[in-house]
Design a protein around this ligand. Structure first.
Ligand SMILES: Nc1ncnc2c1ncn2[C@@H]1O[C@H](COP(=O)(O)OP(=O)(O)OP(=O)(O)O)[C@@H](O)[C@H]1O
Ligand SMILES: [Mg+2]
Length: 324
């Protein structure tokens, strides 16, 4: 890869997404040393006792709080995402959804509380150790973050081309594979500027999954897309959950898309993948969390959310679900 953008790369992008504000106190890499607590506390280690699959959940927030100066964004938030599960995070604009994702990536550090990713405590982790944690996470950025000066191939294979010793032919084959997964295999050598908004978003999904991360974070994957194109993005997210069994956290304020993702499932027969309506039991496995005024106001499956008698939730749903 020869362009200037390539020399900056995703690592630089992660760095650029750090706070430009006065959060430096919390966001500078901590000094190297025994800051890492490698083990979960016993209360979180016993997955069975907590009704969760596996001994270490993919993500655990244990009483996490974060404020920017006077503005408290998260207040004592606790939740966990079992491996292979999907959580959909809803909330008004400014509720703290992207901040929560940045905490998972270690791009922001909490004021208090503990954050575990794949069993490792990351809230006090040194930057060089965080790189390893991040290599297991694929992120679809709210801002898309596609490099316009690189081809689709170079964008999608970025991490593998730049940050691993994997032979180029092997990376190219993986790029073809993930582009096929999102239905864009014929676009491999084009420049992103020629793509539609929905296609760019799907390139972003292909890039997020290219290095086979165990955890995928989607920040507002369908905002700004028309409903037909948004549905194609929803399908990719459903396919990743049901066919690749990746743990995922989908942040959105598009309740229509969130509901669609929760109530549909991908089925593969021979080489054909179809998206069908999920039965109630399957749909209930995708849980929703609603962030409001720094707290998780609701946590549960779609049908409970829709039936909620909570005033705020009813108004939130009324604003965003048909009939308008
Ligand atoms: N680095 C930062 N420094 C100071 N304030 C910040 C920083 N990042 C986020 N905030 C503030 O924290 C709040 C939550 O921001 P966040 O980006 O998480 O919102 P969001 O829920 O993702 O909203 P949207 O749906 O519009 O994307 C906002 O008020 C935002 O201005
Ligand atoms: Mg956001």
């Amino acid at each position: 890869m020869t362009t200037a953008a390539a020399t900056h790369g995703l690592t630089a992008l992660f760095r650029a997404l750090r706070s430009p504000h006065d959060k430096s106190r919390r966001n500078v890499p901590l000094p190297a040393g025994p800051a890492v607590t490698p083990e979960l506390p016993a209360s979180l280690r016993d997955g069975a006792a907590r009704g969760q699959a596996g001994s270490a959940a993919a993500v655990v927030f244990d009483r996490v709080s974060l404020a920017f100066d006077e503005q408290v964004v998260l207040r004592d938030i606790s939740f966990e995402i079992p491996r292979g599960a999907m959580r959909i995070l809803l909330g008004d604009s400014g509720a703290g959804k992207s901040v929560l994702l940045k905490l998972i990536l270690g791009l922001l550090r909490p004021d208090s509380g503990a954050i575990y990713v794949h069993g490792q405590r990351i809230d006090g982790m040194a930057e060089r150790d965080l790189l390893k944690v991040r290599s297991e996470i694929g992120m679809l950025f709210q801002e898309n973050a596609i490099f316009d000066s690189l081809t689709v191939d170079e964008n999608v294979g970025y991490r593998l081309y730049e940050e691993t010793d994997t032979p180029r032919a092997v990376v190219r084959a993986r790029v073809e594979e993930v582009l096929t997964f999102v239905g864009l295999q014929s676009f491999i050598d084009v420049m992103p500027a020629t793509l539609s908004g929905g296609e760019r978003r799907r390139v972003g999904i292909a890039r997020a999954m290219a290095s086979r991360p165990a955890l995928l974070l989607f920040d507002d994957p369908t905002t700004g897309l028309d409903p037909i194109i948004a549905a194609t993005v929803d399908h990719e997210i459903v396919k990743l959950r049901d066919l690749q069994h990746v743990t995922s956290l989908v942040v959105t304020h598009q309740i229509r898309d969130a509901y669609y993702i929760a109530t549909h499932q991908a089925v593969q027969r021979d080489n054909r993948v179809t998206i069908v309506t999920a039965d109630d039991q399957t749909a209930a496995q995708t849980e929703f969390m609603v962030l409001h005024e720094g707290r998780i106001r609701f946590h549960g499956p779609a049908h409970e959310l829709l039936a909620s008698r909570d005033r705020y939730l009813q108004e939130f749903l009324f604003k965003t679900l048909p009939p308008w």
